[in-house]
Design a protein around this ligand. Structure first.
Ligand SMILES: Cc1cc2nc3c(=O)[nH]c(=O)nc-3n(C[C@H](O)[C@H](O)[C@H](O)COP(=O)(O)OP(=O)(O)OC[C@H]3O[C@@H](n4cnc5c(N)ncnc54)[C@H](O)[C@@H]3O)c2cc1C
Length: 406
């Protein structure tokens, strides 16, 4: 590791840093951590409190490359102890269960189940232990001057006005942040697909009753069994978009899950107290390029995938790995070539993941407008995936993450 240049405050109350990072999600925190290891100073501005971001339950499947990155970066110790390494997933349809051997089909690769909120906790702790600068509960965050050579970020935090002068801004503030909307509309090409369904997700205090994730395609709709730890089960049901959570009392959810997971073996997810319940819309979205002047977008700020392929968190990590390396090359005197290549490098992986996530979503969900022809095609695809080694390998290598696209 290299000594990090500390942030400095000028007489006018302006703080200077090298990279101002908007958002303390996985992308922003990991970027700040990787920059620190390369001797590059950053300040992270987050609109929420530390407790809020550390308790926010979202993704939980880490690709092999993401787990490796956490280890290599020195923040994988708890994940190694507490994460659950999985070597397969199960597909259920037509009342039968079929296992996809992820590890056997990919030359030994696997996934690790470790909650996103745990990744966030580990990264916040690592940054604070190293004296990192994270400003929580910032309001009115705004980005300025990134078209020229003197970008600035302004905000309010701790009852004070913040004014940060920096070399670059990293917009890691998720889909609803300020960074992407600050770029002139005509400078971005936006690709978008909305899906005619949403996911009702619950977190239950129940030890997982299956060792691997179970994806179910059923005439009543899609369902997913997953877990966040040895004592927490995470389950999802396909529901209409904008479904009211109040329409789903706990018993209705459990009964519906039982119906959709029927697989001829009598297995049912173990029930437990429902700790959290929410409905999330499904969308595919890419804004390109992922850079405008000295403002770089990373993670959900630039792209969204439907969660069926478990790619959102992994894409965010892959982006900032590329971005941190490009900043490091720049500050080592290597020029702008890697920064110039950032967007194109990331978009290759992003579009592969967009396709995979769309493909998994299309194969597994019940489409309200789908006629019998559409349903027969879905069925033919599912049969192919569970009976052809080539088709199963394609699913498996995308699911664990393509090695050449780390
Ligand atoms: C409700 C939900 C459920 C999900 N479930 C799954 C799942 O089950 N499986 C899966 O694979 N993926 C899931 N995802 C996707 C995955 O969680 C994201 O892809 C991942 O969080 C991306 O990380 P990120 O750092 O880019 O963005 P985020 O995690 O969104 O982080 C952005 C950060 O920026 C902050 N911020 C926003 N606006 C501002 C602002 N103006 N100023 C300062 N800070 C700001 C936010 O508070 C947040 O902390 C889910 C996403 C959502 C929203």
């Amino acid at each position: 590791m290299v000594a990090v240049r500390k942030a400095a405050s000028t007489a006018q109350g302006t703080t200077t840093t090298q990279v101002a990072i908007i958002g303390a999600g996985p992308a922003g925190l990991m970027l700040s951590h990787l920059l620190h290891r390369a001797g590059i100073a950053s300040i992270v501005l987050e609109s929420r409190s530390r407790a809020y971001i550390e308790g926010r339950v979202r993704a939980g499947v880490l690709e092999q490359g993401t787990a490796d990155l956490l280890q290599e970066a020195g923040v994988g110790e708890r994940m190694r102890r507490e994460g659950l390494v999985h070597h397969g997933i199960e597909l259920r349809f037509d009342g039968q269960a079929h296992r996809i051997d992820l590890t056997g089909l990919t030359g030994g690769r696997s996934i690790t189940v470790y909650g996103q909120q745990e990744v966030v906790k580990d990264l916040v702790q690592a940054r604070l232990d190293a004296g990192g600068d994270i400003r929580f509960e910032c309001g009115e965050v705004a980005v300025h001057g990134f078209d020229g050579r003197a970008p600035r970020v302004t905000a309010h935090g701790n009852g004070q006005a913040l004014d940060i002068a920096c070399d670059f801004i990293a917009g890691c503030d998720g889909f609803h942040g300020v960074s992407r909307p600050s770029i002139p509309r005509e400078a971005l090409h936006v690709h978008e697909r909305a899906y005619p369904f949403a996911w009702l997700g619950i977190l239950a205090a129940a030890a997982p009753s299956r060792e691997e994730l179970v994806y179910a395609h059923h005439e009543r709709g899609f369902a997913l069994f997953s877990m966040r730890s040895r004592s927490l089960t995470r389950l999802y049901l396909q529901v209409p978009p904008d479904e009211d959570v109040a329409a789903w009392p706990d018993d209705r959810i459990w009964d519906e899950l039982d119906a959709r997971f029927e697989g001829g073996d009598g297995w049912r997810p173990a029930r437990g107290e429902v700790l959290e319940k929410s409905v999330t819309g499904m969308r595919s979205f890419v804004a390109e390029p992922m850079r405008h002047g000295r403002l770089f977008l990373a993670g959900d700020a630039a792209h969204i995938v439907p969660p069926t392929g478990a790619k959102g968190l992994n894409l965010a990590m892959a982006d900032v790995r590329v971005l941190a390396a490009a900043f490091a090359e720049h500050y080592r005197g290597g020029g702008e070539a890697a920064l110039d290549a950032y967007s194109a490098t990331c978009l290759k992986r992003v579009w592969r993941a967009e396709h995979f996530s769309w493909w998994m979503t299309a194969m597994l969900h019940r489409f309200p407008e789908g006629d019998s022809f559409h349903r027969r095609l879905q069925h033919a695809q599912l049969e192919y995936v569970v009976s052809s080694r080539a088709a199963a390998t394609s699913l498996a290598e995308n699911y664990v993450g393509l090695p050449g696209m780390r």
